[in-house]
Design a protein around this ligand. Structure first.
Ligand code: IMP
Ligand code: MG
Length: 186
């Protein structure tokens, strides 16, 4: 998509370009490939935000792996977390004894992932790691949460694109940008 497209006018600025994303995702795929050599990890995509990242990432991992999908909700359509987490769609397959990698779009307060980790640990995964595209470390409310793999540390701003949404929109932007406040202030 061209950066002159109308949808780009709702951004204050581009924070991470598609080229920067591609480089980091490739690097992460290689790292996971090395760390999980000889294993068959289960890659779990957290819908919907992680779907674009997930589909790029798995294609950079040179291993046998399986995929599964889970949808949780903690946000509604606002830009502030509620702390309420619901499972909207559960995994299709059992993860007992599996090496699981949770693929998430962004770790903000960490409440969503922390909740999810508890659930998956209870289900008896052999190992459990987190791969996040973005991390807003400054806003963390769960200090113990360990993000094992992260592509970009970003400042405290509301971002959209490359799967991330505001009110279900902007997921189709190839780059990641800071959404203009005027879009969500009225
Ligand atoms: P947490 O529970 O506060 O860590 O919230 C994580 C979830 O909030 C992510 O999976 C996103 O769906 C959403 N989120 C947090 N920050 C942003 C943002 O800047 N843009 C879009 N979604 C966000
Ligand atoms: Mg999400």
């Amino acid at each position: 998509m061209d950066k002159n497209a109308e949808i780009y006018q709702d951004l204050d600025r581009i924070l991470v370009t598609r080229d920067e994303i591609q480089d980091k995702v490739r690097e992460l795929g290689r790292r996971i490939g090395e760390d999980y050599r000889g294993k068959t990890p289960v890659m779990i995509c957290i819908l919907k935000g992680a779907c674009v990242f997930f589909s790029d990432l798995i294609r950079e991992i040179p291993l046998q792996l399986t995929t599964d999908f889970m949808a949780i909700s903690s946000y509604g359509s606002a830009t502030k977390t509620t702390g309420v987490v619901r499972i909207l769609k559960d995994l299709d397959k059992d993860i007992l004894g599996k090496d699981v990698i949770i693929v998430e779009d962004i770790v903000d307060t960490g409440i969503t992932l922390n909740y999810l980790m508890q659930i998956l640990i209870q289900r008896g995964a052999a190992s459990l790691k987190i791969a996040a595209l973005l991390d807003k470390t400054a806003r963390r409310k769960v200090p113990d949460l360990k993000v094992d793999y992260c592509c970009f540390d970003i400042p405290d701003a509301f971002v959209v694109g490359y799967g991330l949404d505001y009110d279900q929109k902007y997921r189709n932007l190839p780059d990641i940008g800071v959404l203009s406040e005027r879009v969500y202030s009225n």
